[in-house]
Design a binder for this molecule. Sequence first.
Ligand code: GLV
Length: 308
Amino acid sequence: MAIVIINPKGVEPWIDALKQVDSSIDIRTFPNDTSREDITFALTWRHPYGIFKDYPNLKCISSMGAGVDHLLRDEELPHHVPITRLVDPYLAQDMAEFALALVMNHLRDLNAFKLKQIQSIWKPAGYQRIKDVTIGVMGVGAIGSRVAGELMKSGFKVIGWARSPKEDEKFSVYVGVREIADFLQQAQILICILPLTPQTKRILNKDVFKLLPKDAYIINVGRGEHLAEEDLLEFISQGHLSGAALDVFTEEPLPALSSLWKHPRINITPHIASLTDPQSVAPQIVENYHRAMEGRPLLNLVSRERGY
Ligand code: GLV
């Protein structure tokens, strides 16, 4: 029985965090894990596709983040092994704080003042008040509902959109294709925090943009593949959208030649909206490891059919 950590970005903080929770766990790291038949649990982020067939005794594959699209894209992912994801208050809170920062940056147009500062230009300009702004949050799962809640605490009117009805939310949640137009028509700022599935791929496209109010602003902190980039550029250049903040891209790092880099109305950040903190999530990973070894129900189990 052993855990393998597969993470091209580095394994040391993960080993330390898991060992602090349970020093007895045998932890191996890919690709130096030679006896793969010992491995019963994989903790992974962007693994090389096809490798899981070399692990005959896996009882659980855990994503190192909230998303599992990188896992489900592997056509050779073993069908019998359950997949889990991480649900963590810091992941949700960090996302909420980042979304608030982007929204306020947009409302106060701080980028424009920075550009003027570089040219020593003193030129006051007006701004929108929080109380006059409705934000639409697409995807109101563990992270999205926290984002919505924090924005509401700051005084925004918030509405949500989800695939299936949500109970107990303090804001209106519009559901499915049937209600998406009602949702979009009100969203002056649209935040995408959806999971990436075949249904949500390129969901941020011209059909959605044209339903948004004039001057709407797009924030994509979901996945790059949610966005039809060419539609975004077209709707910004037509003046229907006022701009966008993008933290995720189809190809990461964003290629140097991408026209997004230099676009004056687009803010780029390198997928840093919300980073998994190994110390914070280690207890749930260790808990799931023990559950998997003992055949007990797993926490944060992913539905392959839903895709999240
Ligand atoms: C980050 O993108 C995650 O899925 O946690």
